[in-house]
Design a protein around this ligand. Structure first.
Ligand code: SAM
Length: 652
């Protein structure tokens, strides 16, 4: 196979693990250099050398990020422990000259038949007998003979006494360092693991390992899992935490995401996370209250005093709880603060948050990528409601590429609303914008008994007629990549939440140029009935910067009387997505909200999607017209004093 093909196979393998080609490329080049262009070594065991080398280089990047974060930390750090530092120096001295990639190769991936001492050391698991966990003469011998062991911190007496220096009582679980033995004490059939030696292919027993997790299982059903938390050793001020607190911390972290997990979720990532939590909790010396989990709302908060106009800060979640505890008011004022991803992995893209002033508390809400029913809203979504005439079950692939538009284009006048590039068609967008900005009399519909005015016994003030987009849905035969499925595929652009300088609070901006008609995001929140929203607003009157709920009233005019459970709205005050940060701009906002049917033909419930009304340049704030009547003093939500800056401002 040619080099180019081999490289593309390697990228394919790493892409399957969610690793981007540009990140793998330098690692691959390094490996090729190191292996003298011997591709077989790289391709062996499904590219294990490459994958290990990649993760190892990431780990060392993370550690150096962490180090520099700690060095630049505004907080006072405890004095170093000279003996520990000394020990670390000893441990790393003979691999200091090696790159992270070289280190991982020498520790785990050299070929079995290599004459190199390092390599033979790394692949000697077959020769090892099943051993109890602690002192092992063969291991000790290997440690002294083999350079790879410098990467590995064996659990020798010396290291135990080093741990004792942390002045901790023995804990239920200790970090298991690379190179320690995990084996069956019955001495029979559990595979013995030495560090990252993972060659169990000759055995019936199975083994999985990466740099943090070692799992061995035997044919007799014995399974041993060893979690390697050796980064704890590098942490200043680490104390062995109570393992129940670690578990609680981890559970809380997962529960916080409302059981939503990213597509990358796996047991391996869970174990890795457990290791990370172990280290984090080990650095929190305030005991966690009994049965109370640590608050992790801002767990990936980054404080960077030196950050300037570039807001894309490198981040690491490590050490941060400690940083949070020690921040002084003065430090807080001077620091740019940021969150790496407010969505916590719930969206296709990360969405960062920055506060240049360093004065604001981070917003408190639960990020949800899809609408959720709050309590009583009655939503009937079922496949049976989608009639055959309303979908395109005989389509395949991309409906936009078909000569004759399918049934899904009917709602938009027999033409799809989107261009093949995924933008809203100009005509459609212009019509929507005109109806919004310069509505004619016949663009309004009036209900006989308006759910909004019912309680006040007043007549309907009128609802603006809206143009709907109808996307292909589950019953359709086309592919998820079909051009008529834009909103349902979620956010794809690079967005950032930031603190606006005009006093509007948080706002949303784009970090990339966006052409006219681009889909930005949906307005996601809790689906409430009108009654529920009314009650909620009464309760929250004191809260002056709330999000602005939207009424799903685009089709109210077609009903004579709307039942309370049919009159729905979306409120993102407590749970919502990034749209909750989009500020209002009178009349000429660069976004427009358009109703989109995604899973039900019923216009009582639809998705509200934001599209750009014009070309928007990177770093511009994204705004839309909330449609507020600033003179309506009876409105349950008090209008704010508008500082949108528009020439057409109606709220100053
Ligand atoms: C949907 S939220 C937008 C995000 C909000 N700025 C925040 O900090 O969470 C709506 C609230 O933002 C503020 N806001 C939005 N647009 C504004 C404007 N043009 N002028 C002043 N305040 C505005 C108001 O407090 C309003 O209640």
């Amino acid at each position: 196979m040619a080099t180019r093909e081999r490289a593309s196979c390697a990228f394919k393998a790493t892409r399957a693990l969610g690793i981007r080609d540009e990140e793998v490329k330098p690692v691959l080049l390094n490996l090729l250099k190191l292996f003298d262009k011997n591709w077989e070594l790289i391709e062996a065991e499904d590219y294990r050398a490459l994958i290990d080398a990649y993760f190892e280089s990431k780990e060392s990047e993370r550690v150096s990020d962490e180090k520099s974060l700690m060095e630049h930390s505004v907080y006072e750090r405890p004095s170093k422990r000279p003996h520990l530092e000394q020990q670390k120096d000893q441990i790393s001295s003979s691999t200091d000259s090696l790159s992270p990639v070289e280190k991982v190769i020498f520790s785990s991936m050299a070929p079995k038949d290599s004459t190199c001492k390092r390599a033979s050391c790394a692949f000697s698991s077959e020769r090892l007998a099943v051993e109890p966990r602690c002192s092992h003469p063969q291991k000790e011998k290997m440690s002294s003979n083999c350079h790879t062991r410098e990467l590995i911190k064996p659990r020798t007496k010396q290291s135990v006494s080093d741990e004792a220096d942390f002045a901790e009582p023995p804990a239920a679980v200790h970090p298991v360092f690379r190179g320690s033995f995990v084996g069956s004490t019955n001495g029979n059939n559990l595979v013995t693991l030495l560090g990252s030696q993972c060659d169990a292919s000759s055995s019936k027993d199975r083994m999985y390992c990466n740099s943090n997790v070692l799992i061995a299982s035997s044919t007799s059903g014995e399974v041993k899992i060893s979690l390697n938390c050796d980064s704890a050793v590098r942490c200043q001020n680490f104390k062995v935490p109570d393992f129940n607190s670690v578990l609680k911390y981890l559970e809380d972290k997962y529960l916080k995401t409302h059981k939503l997990v990213t597509p990358e979720f796996s047991m391996k990532t869970l174990f890795k996370d457990l290791c990370e939590c172990y280290v984090q909790v080990g650095q929190l010396h305030d005991p966690l209250p009994n049965n109370k989990a640590l608050r992790i709302d801002n767990s990936d908060m980054v404080v960077d005093k030196k950050a300037s106009s570039s807001f894309r800060l490198p981040h690491s979640s490590k050490n941060l709880p400690k940083a949070k505890h020690k921040a002084t008011a003065c430090d807080k004022k001077r620091s740019v603060r940021s969150l790496n991803d407010i969505t916590k992995g719930a969206e296709n893209v990360k969405i960062s948050l920055v506060d240049e002033s360093g004065n604001e508390d981070f917003p408190k809400f639960t990020y949800i990528p899809h609408n959720i029913i709050y309590q009583n809203a009655y939503l009937l979504i079922s496949l049976a409601r989608i009639a055959d005439v309303d979908c395109c079950s005989s389509c395949s692939g991309d409906c936009l590429s078909s000569q004759i538009p399918c049934a899904c284009a009917r709602e938009t006048g027999g033409e799809f609303a989107y261009t093949p590039k995924g933008l809203l068609k100009d005509d459609f967008l212009t019509a929507c914008v005109c109806m919004r900005r310069t509505p004619k009399k016949d663009h309004f519909v009036y209900c006989q008994d308006c759910p909004l005015e019912r309680s006040k016994n007043e007549p309907c003030k009128g609802h603006l007629l809206r143009k709907f987009i109808k996307e292909c849905w589950r019953k359709c035969g086309c592919h998820m990549t079909c051009g008529n499925r834009v909103v349902q595929r979620g956010i794809t652009c690079d967005l950032q939440v930031f603190m606006t300088p005009q006093g509007k609070g948080w706002g949303l901006r784009t970090l990339q140029d966006l052409p006219k008609g681009s889909f930005i995001c949906e307005y996601v929140g809790e689906i409430l009935t009108n009654t529920e929203l009314y009650e909620r607003n009464i309760q929250n009157r004191g809260n002056n910067r709330h999000t602005y709920p939207v009424t799903l009233d685009a089709d109210w005019g077609s009903e004579k009387v709307l039942r309370d459970e049919e009159a729905l709205c979306l409120d993102a005050t407590f749970s919502g997505n990034v749209a909750r940060f989009i500020n209002h701009r009178c009349h000429d906002g660069n976004l427009i909200d358009i109703p989109v049917e995604v899973e039900t033909p019923d216009h009582h419930y639809y998705h509200l999607a934001f599209f750009t009304t014009r070309d928007v340049t990177a770093s511009e704030e994204l705004t839309w017209d909330y449609g507020i009547d600033f003179d309506d003093y009876d409105h349950p939500i008090k209008a704010f004093r508008c500082s949108c800056g528009s020439a057409y401002c109606r709220g100053t």
